[in-house]
Ligand binder design. Structure first.
Ligand SMILES: [Zn+2]
Length: 320
């Protein structure tokens, strides 16, 4: 059975990205356990009381504001109670009402700032609980490793928004390599880049270079170039390096930045990628392409000189 056939077709759930990674974190109103997984049901106590940490922080901020209003009301009532005359009583009543009104307006204006402060406080006071919650989430994800790889990957992907380490990334990459990857899948690459040379990551990059070129950006080119000799030595290494060079041809910025790399694999590029590279160099003759332009012209003369597709010199290629 070929390597490709042993892969499983999966339909991954779309990954919902948030502006801040903590937005994914939830806290249980009952037992105060934290979790990044789960929608409403607390994984710790099983109660449907899981709410986003931001919501909890806003509740905490409102709670302290209500306490301040309550104190103001008490002081006001006390002053009315201790008044000697009706006039004093009325004055105290008016002053209290005005003060509460001002307090209410001020509080309404600072609610957002207070909520952020409350969120900071929440994290600071619960560092250990947050850590424990993420570890529990991780354990729950790994429980699916043998039985439901798709679920396991989806869970790890969620946890990966808050837990950044190479072990997490390698686990996800290992799972991804068991799936039949498709263009329409919600895949990611840069968050999965690890520090060392890892064939499983290189294989994944090689596949993306064919099906989702737009995910290959500067950091990935730099990773591939850092480990070029190692990749060359691995199975299908040349194919992977060529596919990555083909992905660089997508944009002028990448071809310019990694001209030496593109030059080394230009000869092996499939015709469509080479055509795009050829057109780019033709279109910008004054650009400093280094030795890449010579190599492209040499390949053109050797392989495509009589190819009609190469004759429309002014044809503009789009970013593909
Ligand atoms: Zn709970």
């Amino acid at each position: 059975m070929s390597k490709k056939n042993s892969k499983t077709p999966v339909y991954l759930k779309p990954f919902h990205k948030t502006k801040y990674s903590y937005e994914k974190l939830k806290v249980c109103k009952k037992c105060h356990a934290f979790s990044i997984l789960g929608d409403k049901t607390c994984p710790d106590c099983g109660k449907p009381d899981l709410i986003p940490v931001e919501e909890q922080a806003a509740r905490n901020a409102k709670h302290s504001m209500h306490t301040a209003v309550l104190i103001a009301v008490c002081i006001g009532l006390l002053s009315i109670f201790l008044s000697n005359s009706f006039l004093q009583m009325a004055l105290c009543g008016i002053v209290t009402i005005v003060l509460i009104g001002v307090l209410w307006i001020v509080q309404r204006n600072v609610l957002d700032t207070e909520s952020i402060r409350a969120l900071d406080k929440l994290f600071y006071a619960n560092q250990k609980n947050v850590q424990d919650g993420i570890i529990e989430d991780y354990k729950a994800a790994i429980d699916n490793w043998d039985t439901d790889k798709q679920r396991c990957y989806e869970m790890l992907r969620e946890i990966g928004t808050l837990l950044h380490n190479d072990m997490m990334r390698l686990r996800q990459l290992t799972l991804l390599q068991t799936f039949l990857l498709r263009k329409d899948m919600d895949l990611e690459l840069e968050p999965l880049l690890v520090r060392k040379y890892e064939p499983v990551l290189v294989d994944y990059i090689g596949e993306l270079a064919k099906i989702k070129r737009d995910l290959i950006k500067d950091r990935t080119f730099q990773y591939i170039m850092a480990f070029e000799p190692e990749i060359m030595g691995q199975e299908q290494g040349l194919d992977i390096l060529t596919a990555v060079a083909g992905a660089a041809v997508r944009m002028k910025h990448y071809v310019r930045s990694y001209a030496g790399f593109v030059r080394r694999y230009a000869y092996n590029l499939p015709k469509d990628r080479f055509l795009r590279l050829y057109q780019m160099i033709e279109q910008y003759p004054n650009e400093d392409w280094g030795r890449l332009s010579e190599e492209v012209m040499r390949i053109y003369t050797e392989k495509y000189q009589w190819d009609p597709d190469f004759q429309q010199k002014s044809q503009r290629g789009h970013s593909i």
